[in-house]
Design a protein around this ligand. Structure first.
Ligand code: AMP
Length: 586
């Protein structure tokens, strides 16, 4: 397609397709889906990974969650499936470390494959096996599985791998941390040699390199942003981030806006849909916000820009693409509703504030699973992003009262309130004047009644900080105990993935479980972590120290979860063996 000079990146293209995605070789059905999802351009990992995967190459990608890697491998596999005849057995196997990720990836495949009608199934431990068996019998094109449960199905012959065209190992470092190395080898050995393989990992320890050597053929290697990014961040921009769960992000953004009352704020989202949804949510909360994205025509965009420039619109909610051409000098705050998919995009976004020697603020909302991505941005931009705690309801109320006090002082200075005096006189005949003033302030503070009732937003412990401090503490466990993932210094699992039980910062009291197998059965700590996390569906971060002796193993787990873990693990196999489990009294 010929681009005229007028074709700014924000100009919708013919048929509305993103030229970026189309130029990667994706076909119309997928482009339509991406258009519906409001994706404006490929993320860096998608740009690098999609063409070689469409060419049938194996791929070794270093990329964390939040970079858009799920679409990077899903879009090519869907295109491949669209060109092949339906098989009796699965064509694609995606291996992931946890049940949460299995569900999430499965949903993503369904979302991206809406036009292609692929049959997708997530199988993971801890869920009943019968429905999985039935679904497999009915026929599945893409299966997303945790390694333990995948092996279980392979042994039962309910999962047949001979027709696989593609295998994806997602978050491979996590799978190794959870003790799945041998399971992965066992699974991969049973797949056809002709398959295409893609391996994604946030980190590349030598164990990953070794898996890649054994199972990938002449892979294309991609690593997004390995070089430091040219700063471009104005020194006067203060960078802050808040850890917040996805479901609390709107409330968190509103809370931050309430506290800072920024004059001219640019809020960045990833997709057009998010821009539209967030704009309407912010407006319903009383903000004057407008959306800006590539799906709007020039006249609409001009109107929104004019309104933002004149200060009539205080919040401009935009996608990266739409904001690219913006030249506004007075942006006081940049808010990243999502962590941008690359350090470059981050630098570009926050470079919108702090212009012309003015100070500026850049605020990012970070989901726990994106914490790693932010660390990477910090590292590559050589800047410090301060992790802050979300304001509480009490903070917000205090701030509101502070503002009322300032307004009252201004009214007092203006001395133009005579028409209210007789009301005050009447009231002070009966009441103490200070009480009357306090009651008036209470009334003023409740002036926003009808607005949604404020609730506390749960705080999430930043496990990167926690780990830094625990690693300096001397080991408290007796010799012979391996640390579980909770304090495991050697574990490189992305941090802050899930919350710990109990109130933040408090450790739950622990019970010790005795398992009837140990070193002689080649059991390793990771086997317990994998089994407990996936079979019992328990957050692996809560698992305590693990001690493996020759014939038995001891694993510390939170007391309140012990019974459930025993019940579930009593029924399953660890390393393919039935293992007895009981409570152990020290
Ligand atoms: P992932 O790294 O695959 O977990 O993706 C992180 C988030 O980015 C998901 O919510 C995706 O929907 C979103 N996403 C992926 N690719 C794009 C894109 N090209 N444009 C906008 N959002 C995207």
């Amino acid at each position: 397609m010929k681009h005229s000079k007028k074709d700014s990146p924000t100009t919708p293209t013919m048929k509305g397709f993103s030229p970026g995605f189309a130029s990667l070789g994706l076909e119309a059905a997928l482009l339509t889906t991406l258009e519906t999802l409001g994706y404006e351009e490929p993320t860096p990992i998608q740009q690098e990974a999609i063409p070689p995967l469409l060419d049938g190459r194996d791929l070794l990608g270093r990329a964390a969650t939040g970079t858009g890697k799920t679409a990077a491998f899903t879009l090519p596999l869907l295109q491949r499936l669209a060109h092949s005849t339906r098989q009796a057995h699965p064509s694609v196997l995606i291996l992931v470390p946890t049940r949460e990720l299995a569900m999430q990836v499965c949903e993503a495949v369904e979302r991206y494959g809406k036009e292609n009608r692929v049959a997708t199934l997530a199988v993971y431990g801890g869920a009943a096996i019968r429905p999985q068996l039935l679904a497999l019998k009915r026929g599945v094109d893409v299966i997303v599985a945790t390694p333990g449960r995948a092996l279980d199905h392979i042994r039962r012959k309910s999962l047949q791998l001979q027709e696989l065209q593609m295998v994806v190992l997602d978050e491979a470092d996590e799978m190794l941390n959870m003790g799945f190395a041998e399971d992965l080898d066992a699974i991969l050995q049973q797949t056809p040699k002709t398959r295409q393989t893609a391996l994604f990992s946030a980190t590349m320890p030598s164990r990953i390199a070794s898996i890649a050597r054994r199972h990938l053929q002449d892979p294309v290697e991609i690593q997004i942003a390995k070089e430091p990014v040219k700063s471009g961040v104005a020194p006067l921009v203060r960078q802050t981030a808040y850890l917040v769960a996805r479901q609390h992000k709107v409330a968190a953004l509103a809370r931050i806006l309430d506290m800072t009352t920024p004059k001219s704020t640019l809020v960045f989202c990833r997709t057009r849909l998010e821009v539209d949804e967030l704009t309407s949510m912010l407006n319903s909360r009383g903000y004057r916000g407008e959306g800006l994205h590539g799906g709007m025509n020039q006249a609409q965009r001009d109107r929104v820009m004019q309104s933002f420039r004149s200060g009539q619109t205080e919040l401009l909610v935009a996608t990266d693409v739409a904001a690219r051409g913006l030249d506004i000098s007075h942006v006081s705050h940049v808010m990243n509703y999502d962590v941008p998919t690359s350090p470059e995009a981050y630098v570009h976004r926050i470079g919108r504030t702090g212009r012309a020697g003015r100070g500026g603020e850049a605020v990012s909302l970070v989901e726990p699973r994106e914490r790693w991505l932010l660390k990477n941005i910090e590292h590559l931009t050589k800047s410090t992003i301060e992790m802050a705690t979300l304001p509480t309801v009490a903070d917000l109320q205090a701030k509101r009262l502070e503002r009322i006090a300032v307004s009252i002082q201004e009214i007092l200075k203006a001395n133009n309130f005579d028409r209210f005096r007789n009301v005050v006189d009447k009231l002070t005949e009966k009441f103490n004047p200070a009480d009357v003033a306090a009651a008036a302030i209470q009334l003023a503070s409740g002036a926003k009644d009808g607005a949604p009732k404020e609730q506390e937003i749960p705080t999430i412990q930043d496990r990167t900080q926690e780990r830094a401090s625990t690693s300096r503490r001397p080991r408290r466990e007796p010799p012979g105990w391996a640390q579980g993932p909770k304090t495991g210094g050697s574990s490189s699992r992305p941090v802050g993935r899930r919350e710990r039980p109990g109130r933040s910062g408090q450790s739950a009291s622990m019970a010790t479980l005795h398992f009837s197998a140990g070193k002689n059965a080649s059991i390793r700590p990771g086997d317990f972590v994998g089994a407990i996390a996936n079979e019992a569906g328990i957050n692996s971060n809560v698992i305590g120290p693990i001690k493996i002796s020759d014939d038995f193993s001891l694993v510390k787990v939170p007391e309140e979860l012990a019974q459930n873990i025993m019940k579930v693990l009593g029924r399953t196999r660890i390393k393919g063996k039935k293992v007895k489990v009981r409570l152990y009294q020290e």
